[in-house]
Design a protein around this ligand. Sequence first.
Ligand code: ZN
Ligand code: ZN
Length: 176
Amino acid sequence: MPDNSNKIVALEKFNRFLESKGCRKTPERKAILEAAISIDGHFDVDILYNMLLDSPYKVVKTTIYSNLELLIECGILRKHIFTNHAEYERIDAKNQHIHLICNVCGKVKDAKDLELMRYLKSKKFSAFNAEVFSMSVYGICNNCARKIKKQQKMEEILKETTVEKAKKENKLKKNK
Ligand SMILES: [Zn+2]
Ligand SMILES: [Zn+2]
């Protein structure tokens, strides 16, 4: 969770942005911002919606969606599309990380690689100023790998027993 000064900075930034866009500053908007930036790591609309259920404002999902888009435009949040699922996260220059995404269950894990981050930060692109990096690595998580291995073993056992059974039946036929 960001400390209080970060929260105030984010709120001021959001208020300035809303003014520049001619949007109203509403207590719902403030509640959505506060909930969104209090989360460490990734979240989706459902998580935020559940967090706001206890708030005194009736915030519907469409309001959350539209405000998340404003927070992205304002530079407070970042949106990722992980295997068809949208997830959001607070932009934090101090917490740059790579995403490890499982192709089977879709779980996303954050991983740090300081060497890689240093390299990316030092990288110069022609006629382009890089601000933030986003890197995704796709693969299979340990949990899914274990499950796949188990399933393969089961299939092998099943195959072996069917072969054995066929052999026995053949023998019986020959003996007849
Ligand atoms: Zn997985
Ligand atoms: Zn992340």
